[in-house]
Design a protein. Structure first.
Length: 277
């Protein structure tokens, strides 16, 4: 029904053996930052939105529907949602998505459909309607569904978990709740690192369909580190902020982040370094 839209390019280095090795090299210079699992991971800086750096994965694509009794209704709603999105009518898209979500919640067991629609609703409130408070409600619901259905270690599950946790952190920061934001950024980084620890050690061990997801996961993790640095700067934790931006650069360079966005991120971080020096 819905599916996260991932970039099609494949970076040269996106597996654990490359990415985690690079991250470890950065950590040699930043032991105070990553000395424990509970290192704080705060909010996205407002500068990121102004600079046009990428945020999280939009929900866009159709896939097979289920439950024959409601299939026609679901299909009609899905087609209407896609039309509303094409026409950039966020309010209509939201109402249709809410109606579809109500139908999906009637299933005996929650599934990927319910997660993706809940996540899509949250994104509309977050990105289009600037209603962070309501967005957090649906991000939380999406996260609960994801935790119930994604019990195995998969690239898709890791990508969606990191994305949803990071989105929650952003919302809480925007709502003026930095401590709550910190909690979710910590969880997002932890989820990313857990996946790195369990990821295959060679490219031959990675399923072809997972390659773009893994690459997008690196891009998402890069942005989380970058925006966390903004929070550290606000706390005048200069050295930690600089170390976090180093990690952000390494991850971004080993992701499928578009060249223009990567260049902008590198420039923004360079400007931060100049200010800190």
């Amino acid at each position: 029904m819905y599916r996260a839209n991932v970039h099609q390019s494949v970076p040269d280095m996106l597996l654990r053996s490359a990415t985690c090795a690079a991250r470890r090299a950065v950590r040699v210079a930043s032991s105070t930052l990553r000395c424990s699992q509970s290192a704080t991971l705060s909010a996205f800086a407002n500068a990121a939105a102004q600079r046009g750096t990428p945020r999280f994965i939009p929900i866009v694509t159709r896939r097979e529907l289920s439950t024959s009794a409601t299939k026609d209704a679901e299909l009609r709603l899905l087609e209407s949602i896609e039309q509303s999105r094409e026409e950039e009518d966020s309010e209509r898209e939201l109402q249709q998505s809410l109606e579809l979500y109500d139908i999906l919640k009637q299933r005996k067991q929650q599934d990927v459909d319910a997660f993706e629609v809940a996540f899509g609703i949250a994104r509309i409130y977050d990105d289009q309607l600037d209603d962070g408070a309501t967005a957090t409600t649906y991000y939380q619901e999406a996260l609960s569904i994801l935790e119930a259905i994604s019990t195995e270690v998969t690239a898709w599950g890791a990508c969606m978990r990191v994305t949803t946790l990071g989105a929650l952190a952003v919302c809480y920061e925007d709502l003026g709740q930095p401590e709550e934001a910190e909690k979710y950024f910590d969880d997002a980084i932890g989820a990313y690192e857990e996946h790195c620890d369990k990821a295959p050690g060679s490219e031959d061990d990675v399923a072809e369909e997972d390659i773009s997801l893994l690459s997008d996961l690196n891009a998402t993790a890069a942005m989380i580190h970058y925006h966390y640095a903004g929070n550290l700067l606000a706390q005048e934790r200069w050295e930690e902020a600089k170390n976090v931006t180093k990690i952000a650069v390494v991850l971004a360079e080993n992701s499928n982040m578009p060249a223009e966005d990567l260049e902008e991120l590198q420039h923004s971080i360079h400007e931060l370094w100049l200010e800190m020096d």
